[in-house]
Ligand binder design. Structure first.
Ligand SMILES: Cc1cc2nc3c(=O)[nH]c(=O)nc-3n(C[C@H](O)[C@H](O)[C@H](O)COP(=O)(O)OP(=O)(O)OC[C@H]3O[C@@H](n4cnc5c(N)ncnc54)[C@H](O)[C@@H]3O)c2cc1C
Length: 387
């Protein structure tokens, strides 16, 4: 499959599409059945340099902007593959890049760029706090040159496939902090030494193959030198990284949407019922056309958000809006694609049902639609905050 030349970064899209052609539906179906990690696919992406596009050249990356990264992820998803196994390797390093010391940057970024170190676990969500991050309870108590970490995280993806994890925890109790968002800190946890020494990882089986886990911290020791930025300011550092994450996830939705629309249109042209192609019926044509219209609009918002990010402009609202529009457009396209395929939409070998399950996630994670609407209502429309 060749990429459309009218889209941005056509060369990147073309070469990503060629790489993805080596990982067809059979590959993903087998992994999906057993809920196993796409190691060969992630290795191929790493070796081709796609996971280090956002790392500056001085640290061994290609120093491209977020717009190039969206082209990579969109094309992966358009090809029927899934970037969820590796996308965090692209952007989680941003916390070190923006807030790390020169020594931390020199120590970690070149190894992350080469793929020698995998930093693709990001530990924020907890079972009791949910979206209300200021209520997280995992606590790092300082003892000399170490932090002692106790607590629990949930939905921490790729923890078993990561050498390092960016962990958000409290270093001051909420009630003792000047404001609820103060008193949280970011620690870089070395998973290679932590597992079995205070960190236990328990996989969670979910409706899609996402390598997500629960983490239990029981007196895990983390050296103080692994603190990123200033103690107590971690919440802000995590927020800084969320815009990039939301825009990149939105681009995965756009890729999924293109996959569904291309598959549906091809099937509707080909499948004959009542002596004519089903795509000749407007009842079939219009939902496909509607999916295209919605996706095209969402894609423009993703491009706008990425351009603002690359320009260094504040883009929290645009990042949120692009994620919401793209996740709703991909979900509409997914539902339409199943309907267009009739019974075959449910057959594993068509890959539609797998992608349908995969694309549903994006209305919940990394941030749910209601929280985006709440942001727009209160930050853009000046409506009173409800919580
Ligand atoms: C497969 C998967 C992978 C994930 N990977 C990671 C990861 O790697 N790292 C990580 O830290 N987290 C991860 N997450 C967690 C994810 O970010 C959260 O699930 C998501 O942000 C929603 O939080 P929650 O599940 O706690 O929902 P809750 O906060 O419990 O909310 C439940 C529902 O209530 C709604 N709601 C809550 N409060 C309000 C309100 N005030 N007004 C209106 N509606 C409200 C929400 O919109 C949501 O629909 C992952 C989740 C999944 C499912």
């Amino acid at each position: 499959m060749t990429a459309s030349p009218s889209l941005s970064h056509p060369e990147i899209r073309d070469s990503v599409a060629r790489l993805c052609a080596g990982f067809p539906g059979e590959y993903w179906r087998a992994l999906d059945r057993d809920r196993t990690y796409p190691t060969e696919f992630v290795t191929a992406l790493t070796q081709a340099g796609y996971l280090s596009v956002l790392i500056p050249e001085e640290y061994g990356g290609s120093g491209l902007g977020l717009s190039a990264a969206t082209a990579v992820l969109e094309e992966i998803h358009r090809s029927g593959c899934n970037g969820g196994a590796a996308h965090a390797q692209m952007y989680t390093m941003g916390t070190i890049l923006r807030h790390g010391t020169p020594d931390q940057k020199a120590r970690y970024l070149p190894a992350i760029a080469s793929g020698e170190l995998r930093l693709q676990a990001f530990g924020v969500t907890e079972p009791t706090s949910g979206t209300d991050t200021t209520r997280l309870r995992t606590f790092a108590r300082r003892e000399g040159d170490k932090y002692i970490v106790n607590g629990q995280k949930i939905w921490i993806s790729r923890a078993e496939h990561s050498d390092l994890m960016v962990l958000l925890c409290r270093t001051t109790a909420r009630e003792d902090a000047a404001k609820p968002s103060d008193g949280m800190s970011v620690l870089l946890v070395d998973m290679r030494t932590a597992v079995g020494n205070g960190l236990t990882i328990r996989p969670i089986r979910t409706m899609l193959n996402h390598a997500t886990t629960e983490l239990f911290f029981d007196n895990l020791e983390v050296p103080v030198e692994n603190l990123i930025g200033a103690e107590g300011k971690g919440f802000k550092y995590i927020l800084d990284g969320m815009n990039a994450e939301r825009i990149l996830i939105a681009s995965e939705c756009i890729g999924d949407g293109r996959f569904f629309i291309e598959r549906a249109a091809a099937y509707a042209r080909d499948r004959e019922v009542f002596g004519r192609p089903i795509g000749q019926n407007q009842g079939i044509q219009f939902p496909i056309a509607r999916a295209h219209v919605q996706l095209a609009a969402a894609s423009l918002m993703v491009d706008k958000a990425a351009a603002m990010f690359d320009d260094g402009q504040p883009c929290g609202t645009e990042a949120n809006m692009s994620k919401m529009l793209a996740s709703e457009a991909s979900w509409y396209a997914a539902d339409m694609c199943v309907q267009t395929h009739g019974g075959f939409g449910f057959a594993e070998e068509y890959d539609i049902e797998r992608k349908f399950r995969e694309t549903r996630l994006y209305q919940v994670a990394p941030i749910s639609t209601n929280l985006i609407l709440s942001h727009v209502a209160t930050h853009v429309l000046d409506l009173p905050k409800s919580f």
